[in-house]
Design a protein around this ligand. Sequence first.
Ligand SMILES: *Cc1c(COP(=O)(O)O)cnc(C)c1O
Length: 376
Amino acid sequence: MSALAIPPAPAPTSRPRLEIDPSAVAANTRLFARRAGDAALMAVVKADGFGHGIVEMARVALANGARWLGVTSLAEALRLRESGIGAPILSWLNPVDLDVHAAVRYRVDVGIPSLQHLARVTSQRPARPLRIHLHLDTGMARDGAAPADWAELFDRARRAELEGHVEVVAVMGHLPCADQPGHPSTRTGLRALLAGVALAESAGLRPTLRHLAATAATLTDDSTHLDLVRVGAGLVGIDPSGTARLAQAIRLSAPVVQVRALPAGTGIGYGHADVTDTPTNVGLLPVGYADGLPRTASGVAEVWVDGRRCRVRGRISMDQTVVDLGGAPVPPGTTAVVFGPGHDAEPTIDDWARWSGTLPHEIVTGLGTRLERQYL
Ligand SMILES: *Cc1c(COP(=O)(O)O)cnc(C)c1O
């Protein structure tokens, strides 16, 4: 080749690819809309749509039976509005100094978990009543108002309604152990929510929506569905209850950028955490923990190269991962599948979660921003 030759344009496989299959999200959405029965389906698209893209996820879900969108911040809700989405949106993890005027202007419902939040809303005197969902702690000791505060919260919310600052449209809670079907805390949580609604009504409130269930409870306990279910993980194929057959939508692949033959006794990567005991060939992948591959999966995780599983050798680095090709090196440029929906023998996000001692939720929401999402 002449020194002046212009290199050919890189083939599409020459960079890591994060492919997302909207038809899998569509199929999961339809499944949850059916399971929800008479309850409305809220598609929870927080954390950039569980790493699958907030706007794309929202559009697919709304086109396949979801009627609401759920997020944890007003910024996410505004992003959805700016992309032209008009469906009802609830944001439930709001700071006490939430911009009430923006929420009203962009028609975003907000979760109110405390007396302080309510007081700050009313003191901002919104131009129109802010639509609020009173968020009760039904057993999480996390978000939501403590039971001891409910009566006062309802009384003050009713007063704020009469003054025209808010409209209480819903009472909501959340369940701690719904991934374990039959866990007693699910029934306790449901009872607590219904008791809360009764107390709200006795304070003069008329919430039209009661909501409690997320993915796991929607799949395993119809009594929790009430008027609306909030489903996030399930839409991207994650079932914490292990009871449904959902479609995974995501596939991460990367080209092998370099192949090396290593003799026995070679330390691989930082810290020489792994030393070859026999001669082998290794391939280098241009993805690492900055892309979301958990470093704790070093040495145990596998990728799929050329029809076979190849184990990660040494520590996963920020941008690079070494995999063992054994006695059969592949040409540089060969595609390695890091994880996929599992239609072939490739690893899945569940495998990566197991290898790193976490949940598939953490794998998908930890995927790095430099991975370009491509929608099939
Ligand atoms: C994240 C979240 C959901 C969605 O939970 P999934 O298990 O992902 O369906 C629902 N409600 C609340 C309060 C949440 O924080």
